[in-house]
Design a protein around this ligand. Structure first.
Ligand code: BG6
Length: 471
């Protein structure tokens, strides 16, 4: 099938530091929240210690990225590798590692597309400040961001500040929130979220100050929720799910203030965060250049009225389908029109076209897809191959959706799916794989960590070679 993409469209693939690097305590790196969280789960799945061992394989891995034809590589820097305790001394070995990676990428014709922070807050900041709950964390982040812009900004022009703040903030363990009281957890979460917005704005302004020609933006987890029926209440529940999970975040980044519906939500819960008067100028002055968006699936929702049994604000987990996280009104439903992956994600390429159109019409900013992919338990066959036709089907249909969105007039500048190679899935370790390159290890046996090109590798290489014309 022939599709048309602009001449300068950026094709790439993605990863993040704690999921790919390994080398978790090498050369002065500090521990991160991700290190601790995955240790807690390590009786069930792999931890961050070795991951895909990019820390020791980066040269050969970049050679494979070149072979794949990647024009951009979207990856994150580990804050704790660069500033081990979060806001103290700079670790020269960390700077050196990323300089080598960036130089090698450029030498191979691949543009580095860098995220400053992807789920891996330095653990020392948890001990010192309780992480983002304290305002100081925003300024520690600004300092770290400025180090990165000064050290790498001569070669790195595209920056994403925080990966999926809007999703991260809902996952207690990633934020190190371990309190039993649900209201208290929500209060802490709202305060942390606000400080992350402040840190984000400080970093955006620093990028514009320090990186000549630098472009900077957030990477959001996109949300597209369909109503279960055309009952107005179901439509409202679906909209609320999108607004309170993603749109409020984009609106804060773009307008420098929370939208009314979000303030109402915070007030109703009595969890309005503490904000300082001087923050207004910071938040309002930070102008993002583009939106990076991660898209995997769509959601479906029905309205669930609050009742004595399910009062507003109370989360009830007695039934997995009930989600009281938002306003107390939204129930997650299965969409009977969609098939789901073996891990439950409802596969929906049309949803991607919808999201791209919605965000572009609403925010009028260029966009790039920085994550999109299918996590499966791939099998290495006896002849040493991985036949992942299901992944090819998934990515093909989503690239088609991108082409349609571009024809609809959306300014989409690139596509960088998840992930360049198998890496530590944030929920299912090495059982669930996303890569174009198979990494031969299991959760508990790291074996030789051989790299093996999957069928999808050869297919995607051809897609890039033909600029998406031949899918
Ligand atoms: C995104 C994250 O939300 O989803 C990635 O940015 C993550 O870090 C990806 O790996 C897929 O989720 P999972 O849990 O299947 O690894």
């Amino acid at each position: 099938m022939k599709q048309k993409f602009p001449e300068n469209f950026l094709w790439g693939a993605s990863s993040s530091a704690f999921q790919i690097e390994g080398g978790w305590d090498e050369d002065g790196k500090g521990k991160t929240v991700a290190d601790f969280n995955s240790f807690k789960r390590s009786d069930k799945q792999a931890d961050t210690k070795v991951a895909s061992d990019f820390y020791h394989h980066w040269k050969e891995d970049i050679a494979m990225m070149k072979e794949l034809g990647m024009q951009i590589y979207r990856f994150s820097l580990s804050w704790a590798r660069i500033v081990p305790d979060g806001d103290g001394d700079i670790n020269a070995a960390g700077i050196d590692f990323y300089n080598k990676v960036i130089d090698e990428l450029i030498a191979n014709g691949i543009q580095p597309f860098v995220t400053l922070y992807h789920f891996d807050l330095p653990y020392a900041l948890v001990e010192k400040y309780n992480g983002w709950e304290c305002r100081n964390c925003a300024f520690a982040f600004e300092r770290y961001a400025r180090v990165c812009f000064k050290e790498f900004g001569d070669r790195v022009k595209y920056w994403q500040v925080i990966n999926e703040q809007n999703l991260m903030i809902r996952v207690n363990e990633r934020m190190n929130i371990y309190v039993d009281d649900l209201w208290e957890a929500d209060r802490i979460r709202a305060q942390m979220d606000y400080h992350m917005f402040l840190g984000h704005a400080l970093a955006v302004n620093s990028c514009h100050e320090l990186v000549e020609g630098g472009k900077v933006g957030p990477a959001v987890s996109s949300t597209c929720t369909y109503p279960l029926t055309n009952k107005p209440e179901d439509v409202w529940a679906a909209k609320m799910n999108d607004w309170l999970k993603t749109n409020y975040c984009l609106e804060m980044h773009i307008n420098g203030e929370y939208p009314g519906y979000y303030m109402r939500y915070l007030r109703e819960r009595n969890i309005v965060p503490k904000m300082e008067p001087e923050d207004v100028a910071i938040l309002k002055s930070a102008k993002i250049d583009y939106i990076a968006l991660n898209y995997y699936r769509t959601l479906c929702a029905s309205y669930l009225p609050a009742s004595e049994e399910h009062p507003i604000g109370e989360r009830v987990y007695r039934d997995n389908e009930v989600d009281f996280d938002q306003y107390g009104y939204c129930r997650n439903e299965k969409n009977a029109n969609l098939s789901a992956s073996e891990y439950g994600a409802q596969i929906d390429p049309m949803g991607l076209r919808i999201v791209l159109n919605e965000y572009y019409r609403r925010y009028h900013l260029p966009m790039i897809i920085t994550e999109n992919g299918l996590g499966m338990a791939d099998v290495l066959t006896e002849d040493g191959k991985v036949h992942d036709s299901y992944r090819i089907d998934y990515i093909r249909s989503h690239i088609q959706a991108c082409a349609n969105a571009i024809e609809d007039g959306v300014e989409l500048i690139g596509y960088s799916p998840w992930s360049v190679m198998d890496l530590l899935s944030s929920h299912q370790g090495f059982r669930k794989r996303y890569g174009f390159i198979y990494v031969d290890r299991d959760d508990f046996d790291v074996k030789q960590l051989r790299r093996i090109k999957k069928d999808s590798f050869y297919w995607y290489k051809h897609v890039i070679e033909t600029n998406g014309e031949e899918l």
